[in-house]
Design a protein around this ligand. Structure first.
Ligand code: UDP
Length: 237
């Protein structure tokens, strides 16, 4: 049984990088496309916000000798490259998609139009949102919260490389334990790295749950959608 009719999947740029240091690993991209196809085949309306950290992050501004705002625009453009790659990979697997960007570039993608995005979802197309929210000083996590609220998604599925939210970084600290249930305020007060604080606050204000799960385990998206308790759920005041 499916628990959700409409979801927003947040994919960070790093999800696409695989074992490389930079860019997109074609095998990883195909694996992700196959996972998304499973959701598509279940008939769950799926929107995706794609990040850009595998190509460029605004916080790297200083090392490139550009100001922060310029660097953030570069980061937003990086998400468009990832969006195009994801669209290509999904269509190769037979998934109908539309790519919308918050920064207009008509030759490349549709502009972000909320009602149009909802219409695509209703018609069963996977909608990819690229270009962040079009503004510097934001992240694609914030964009995920914003778009999820705008399109009436019931949950944000935040894909990561680990099983959920941990008390400390599990890659660095062997004592770290996974926290299956969290409240928004726990995340904010304990400074847990789920999403940035702006994104969490937006979810809290709109009572939008976030499920953090491991995308590298095959079949996990399907498990989440069937209500299996995997990963970490953030909800409740
Ligand atoms: N960015 C931005 N505004 C947005 C979304 C993204 O300025 O609304 C820029 C920001 O510089 C960020 C970069 O785009 O560092 C890439 O996005 P993000 O770091 O969120 O990607 P992810 O960590 O998900 O790969």
């Amino acid at each position: 049984m499916l628990c959700y009719k409409r979801v927003l999947l947040k994919l960070s740029g790093e999800a696409l990088v695989g074992k490389q240091e930079f860019g997109i690993d074609p095998q990883v991209l195909q694996d992700i496309a196959l996972e998304i196809r499973e959701v598509y085949e279940l008939g769950v309306q799926t929107a995706i916000v794609i990040g850009g950290g595998n190509i460029f992050r605004g916080t790297a501004a200083a090392s490139y000798g550009v100001d922060r705002v310029t660097a953030d625009y570069m980061g937003m453009l990086a998400t468009v490259m990832n969006g195009l790659a994801l669209q290509g990979a999904l269509e190769k697997e037979g998934v109908l998609t539309r790519l919308q960007t918050a920064i207009e570039m008509h030759q490349v993608a549709e502009p972000y139009i909320r009602r149009r995005a909802i219409r695509h979802l209703e018609k069963g197309r996977v909608v990819i949102f690229a270009g962040g929210n079009g503004n510097p000083f934001f992240t694609t996590d914030t964009t995920a919260s914003l778009r999820a609220v705008e399109i009436g998604a019931e949950v944000i599925l935040k894909a990561t490389k680990v099983d959920g939210v941990f008390s400390a970084d599990p890659m660095l600290d062997k004592e770290a334990v996974m926290l299956p249930n969290l409240k928004y305020l726990d995340v904010l007060q304990r400074g847990l790295t789920v999403m940035d604080s702006t994104a969490i606050t937006l979810c809290m204000d709109n009572k939008l749950p976030i499920i953090v799960f491991n995308l590298t385990v095959k079949g996990n998206i399907k498990r989440v959608l069937s209500g299996e308790k995997i990963g970490t759920i953030v909800q409740g005041g």
